[in-house]
Design a protein around this ligand. Structure first.
Ligand SMILES: [Zn+2]
Length: 205
């Protein structure tokens, strides 16, 4: 792409770093911003900088939060002895949308994936096991997508919990293999949490 302006080229290059945004789309977005009032672009840039510099991760569940303890963990009406293990904040949002779950979450930050160089130490598994060892958890619900990586991660955590008196369950699979949680419809996802099954049973199938 030949640009008549270095500034334009620079903005397009930055924008096209985003996933799913090719050079053409980047150019369209940048030209759109150029036509808008300056205040809009300033607000957009500021919100991104603020997000990056000020965002916190809940010290209990590792969810994205504005405060040290996220709103879910800080809510005394939630059942803190039940913990639902999810990959990221999108899963938390999807499950919260169902209004069927009153426990807490534990956000792993990804799934074990040797292909992508992601091992257990890059995830927040250690902190989950520590909470379990501290006797704070009665039940752990695995709610990772049922991909090879999801299953590997579930099983790794399950083995770490061996010998502890913790009930482990997995969300019932109205959700078909490979489906990402965030795309499951609310009713199906809500039902699958309510009708969760013991983790051991899920391994036999
Ligand atoms: Zn939290």
């Amino acid at each position: 792409m030949d640009f008549s302006s270095k500034l334009l080229e620079q903005a397009v290059n930055e924008m096209s770093q985003l996933p799913g945004i090719g050079k053409r789309t980047a150019l369209r977005l940048v030209l759109h911003l150029l036509k808008q009032p300056e205040s809009q672009t300033v607000a957009l840039s500021k919100s991104l900088v603020d997000l990056k510099t000020e965002v916190k991760f809940c010290k209990n569940c590792h969810n994205i939060s504005d405060t040290e303890l996220c709103e879910i963990c800080a809510n005394p009406n939630r059942q803190s002895e039940i913990v639902c293990v999810v990959e990221d904040i999108r899963d938390v949002m999807a499950i919260e949308n169902t209004s069927q779950y009153r426990g807490l979450y534990h956000v792993l930050g990804g799934k074990i994936s040797p292909m992508d160089g992601i091992g257990p130490s890059q995830l927040t598994i250690r902190s989950l096991v520590e909470k379990a060892m501290a006797g704070k958890i009665e039940e752990i619900i695995f709610a990772l997508s049922s991909t090879l990586e999801g299953d590997t991660t579930n099983f790794y955590i399950f083995k770490q919990l061996e010998g502890m008196e913790i009930k482990t369950s997995t969300i019932a699979r109205g959700i078909s293999v490979g489906d990402e949680l965030e795309y499951a419809d609310e009713v199906t996802l809500g039902r699958s949490i309510t009708n969760r099954i013991p983790f051991e049973n899920s391994m036999k199938s």
